[in-house]
Design a binder for this molecule. Structure first.
Ligand code: SF4
Length: 357
């Protein structure tokens, strides 16, 4: 892990200990004439044993615990509201230390249990079909708040289904590539052998197409999966529903995706919500084929879930099937993803952290 940036909400005397990287803990210990090996012990208490108070850190001397107590606070994203869908999907609202709220979702299937997690409170991008986009971006999540969602959802998964999470997707509230450093730090904890030990290939970052962020992932040789929420196959149509297309048009993102594939050899997932008579015609499908032939990919066609105040509607089964056939007839790997958790507003594009109102 690299540099520590204490949360802007803290005074210098009250740094959130859970924003400290191991190296910075070691630095702090050194400055306070404590042995730096204690950093490993503190790190383990924080990220392996899940300590939420310094008194729990029983292998540290009492004098050090008192010092830590004076210099740091614990900010933990706590499970607050839980809703269960008829189809088994569970939505969890997490209360943040400053009274804000984000949502995460558990999606169980026979083979896997996926957690969909948030990276920001609200979102600055305001895609017209998305409930989160109706909230302004409030703030980025700290990496610890991202990790807390995974830990909280993992506990629920074990409790409800008898097994832990198998996959993580950054597809909840916010655009992860606009909070990339905190997302990177969170994934370091999630994948660290001595912490949560999840395989990188089980983690997917989903972006609306922030070319600069995609290139950064490529440069780091990222082992994560990458999904591109495309949702329209021409710049003209895409700009009507996604503001990001004005600064990051399709061809610019395609170039970044090619670079990502060249460096990582990981196939990209294209996410495409089918909107009735907006982007579900045969011509739209042929335009999507052209984009999808630019780099190795899978295509997920997604059923739209209504959002209050949005006039776009879900495509019909006949139009969706015809659209799918055009893709598969062109030799592309594509399927229609059924909507989950619709009855509790937990499906794609429906997360709005209603308690942030
Ligand atoms: S789809 Fe993603 S990027 Fe667009 S408004 Fe919703 S959360 Fe933000």
């Amino acid at each position: 892990m690299d540099t520590v940036k204490p949360s802007p909400n803290n005074t210098p005397a009250q740094i959130n200990i859970r924003t400290m990287a191991r190296e910075n803990l070691a630095q702090w210990l050194e400055q306070n004439n404590e042995p730096s090996f204690r950093a490993k012990q503190i790190f383990e208490w924080l990220w392996v044993k899940g300590a939420d108070h310094f008194d729990m850190m029983t292998n540290l001397p009492k004098s050090l615990r008192v010092r830590l107590e004076k210099s740091f606070v614990f900010h933990i994203a706590e499970v607050d509201i839980v809703q269960k869908s008829q189809d088994g999907t569970i939505k969890v609202g997490f209360a943040l230390h400053d009274g804000r709220m984000v949502e995460g979702v558990i999606i169980p299937t026979s083979k896997r249990i996926t957690a969909c997690i948030s990276s920001q409170v609200g979102c600055s991008l305001q895609c017209s079909f998305c409930a989160t986009g109706q909230l302004a971006r409030d703030r980025n999540l700290a990496f610890s708040e991202i990790v807390d969602q995974v830990r909280g959802l993992n506990r629920f998964s074990i409790d409800q289904f008898g097994r832990g999470l198998t996959n993580i997707v950054f597809m909840g509230m916010g655009e992860p590539l606009l909070n990339l450093e905190e997302v990177f730090r969170a994934t370091e904890i999630l994948t660290a052998e001595e912490a949560m030990n999840m395989a990188s290939r089980r983690i997917t970052l989903s972006t609306v197409g922030v070319a600069r962020g995609i290139r950064k992932l490529a440069e780091r040789g990222s082992k994560f999966n990458l999904a591109w929420s495309l949702h329209a196959a021409t710049n003209e149509k895409r700009a009507q529903i996604m503001d990001i297309n004005k600064s990051n048009p399709i061809e610019k993102v395609v170039e970044a995706m090619k670079e990502f594939y060249a460096r990582t050899k990981r196939k990209i997932t294209l996410e495409y919500i089918l909107f009735h008579k907006f982007n579900d015609s045969q011509e739209d499908a042929r335009n999507l084929v052209k984009i999808a032939k630019e780099f190795p990919c899978f295509i997920n066609l997604i059923e739209y879930n209504s959002v209050v105040g949005v006039s776009l509607e879900r495509s019909t089964p006949i139009r969706s099937r015809r659209f799918l056939e055009i893709l598969t007839d062109s030799g592309l790997e594509a399927h229609i993803r059924r909507s989950r958790g619709h009855d509790i507003d937990a499906a794609c594009g429906q997360l709005a952290g209603k308690n942030n109102d």
